[in-house]
Design a protein around this ligand. Structure first.
Ligand SMILES: Cc1cc2nc3c(=O)[nH]c(=O)nc-3n(C[C@H](O)[C@H](O)[C@H](O)COP(=O)(O)OP(=O)(O)OC[C@H]3O[C@@H](n4cnc5c(N)ncnc54)[C@H](O)[C@@H]3O)c2cc1C
Length: 279
C-alpha cells in the first residue's frame, strides 16, 4: 500500500488516473468507516493541496474549496443567505471534529444525516469534479445519488462547491433535532432560505429536509405555498403534511418513521420562524 500527500492538484489527479486510491481529507468519516480493517487501496491524502481550501467570491458565483473545514465556515464573513450553512457547521460533531472535517468530505460520504447537505441544497449548490482529463459540474441534488452513493468517478476529486450568485440572496436558517443537544447525529434537520420582496412579500423560498430520506430533499410544494405571502411569522402556519409526501423516513435506532414524519414539519416551522426573525 502506498501513501501520497501531494501539494499540487495536478499531481493528485495524475495519481488518481493511474491507480486505485482512496481519498483522505479530514479523516473523520474515513477512519471510523475502516474500523479494524486495513485500507484496501493506496491512500491519497489531499490535505496539503492549499488551492482546495477557502471561500472566494467571483463575478457570478461563490466558490467553496473542497478542503474548507466547518471551523473555516463559521469564521468567514459571508452574506446572510449562508447563515444556515454556518449554523449547520457548528452542529457537526464537536469543535475538534469541526477543526478537522471538510465540507467536501461531508458530501462525498453521502450519509442521509449529513448536516451540510440541506444547507447547501437551499443555495442551489453545484459540485465541481476534477479528473486528469478535465472538470465537470453538476447540481448537488444529482451528485448525491443515494445512501453512501455519489456520482464521483474513481479518477476524480471533488474540488469545489459552487453557489450561483442568483441563489446567494435572502436570509437563511438551519434547524437540527437530535436525541441530545450536542455531538449527535441528526434525527431530522431542515434549512430554509427566504428573500423578502419590495412589497413585504416572500419573493424566493427554498426549503430542504435531511435525515428523512436516503438523500436530503427540497420541499417544492411548500416553497410554492410560501411565494407571494406576507413575510411574517404566519408563514410557518403554511407548513402541512401533504408537502412532505415525497419523503421516505425510516424507523431506525434514532427514531421511528412516525416521529420523523411529525418532527420534520415542526423542524421546518422552526427554521421558517428563525429566518423571519433574522430578516
Ligand atoms: C465524532 C463524530 C461526530 C460527527 N458528527 C457529525 C454531525 O453531527 N453531522 C455530520 O454531518 N457529520 C458528522 N460527522 C461526520 C464527519 O465529521 C463529516 O461528514 C465531515 O464533514 C467529513 O469530512 P472529512 O474531511 O473528515 O472527510 P473524510 O473522512 O476525509 O472523507 C469522507 C469520505 O469522502 C471522501 N472524500 C473526502 N474529500 C473528498 C474530495 N475532495 N473528493 C472526493 N472524495 C472525497 C473520502 O474518500 C471518504 O470516502 C461526525 C464524525 C465523527 C467522527
Amino acid at each position: 500500500m502506498q501513501y501520497a500527500r501531494p501539494a499540487e492538484l495536478k499531481d493528485a489527479l495524475n495519481l488518481l488516473a493511474k491507480g486505485d486510491w482512496d481519498i483522505l481529507a479530514g479523516g473523520t468519516d474515513f477512519y471510523p468507516a475502516l474500523g479494524e480493517n486495513k485500507p484496501k487501496n493506496h491512500i491519497l491524502d489531499i490535505t496539503a493541496i492549499d488551492s482546495l481550501r477557502g471561500v472566494t467570491e467571483k463575478v457570478d458565483h461563490w466558490r467553496m474549496g473542497a478542503l474548507t473545514t466547518w471551523t473555516d465556515i463559521t469564521k468567514l464573513a459571508l452574506p446572510t443567505c449562508f447563515d444556515a450553512l454556518k449554523q449547520a457547521a457548528v452542529e457537526v460533531g464537536s469543535k475538534q471534529i469541526q477543526n478537522q472535517a471538510t465540507i467536501a468530505g461531508n458530501l462525498c460520504n453521502a450519509s442521509p444525516a449529513a448536516d451540510g447537505v440541506p444547507a447547501l441544497l437551499i443555495l442551489d449548490a453545484e459540485i465541481e469534479l476534477s479528473g486528469a482529463s478535465g472538470t465537470r459540474r453538476m447540481p448537488l441534488f444529482e451528485f448525491i445519488a443515494g445512501n453512501r452513493q455519489t456520482a464521483l468517478a474513481n479518477d476524480e476529486l471533488l474540488t469545489a462547491i459552487i453557489i450561483p450568485r442568483m441563489s446567494a440572496t435572502g436570509v437563511s436558517s438551519f434547524h437540527k433535532l437530535g436525541s441530545r443537544r450536542y455531538l449527535v447525529i441528526s434525527i431530522v434537520m431542515s434549512a430554509v432560505r427566504l428573500l423578502k420582496g419590495p412589497l413585504g412579500e416572500v419573493m424566493t423560498a427554498s426549503v430542504s429536509v435531511g435525515a428523512c430520506s436516503a438523500v436530503a430533499q427540497r420541499i417544492p410544494l411548500l416553497e410554492q405555498a410560501l411565494i407571494a405571502q406576507p413575510f411574517d411569522q404566519a408563514l410557518a402556519n403554511l407548513v402541512n403534511a401533504d408537502q412532505f409526501a415525497h419523503l421516505t423516513p425510516i424507523d431506525d435506532i434514532r427514531a421511528p418513521a412516525s416521529y420523523r414524519n411529525w418532527a420534520m414539519q415542526e423542524s421546518v416551522r422552526r427554521a421558517i420562524h428563525s429566518s423571519v426573525e433574522a430578516a
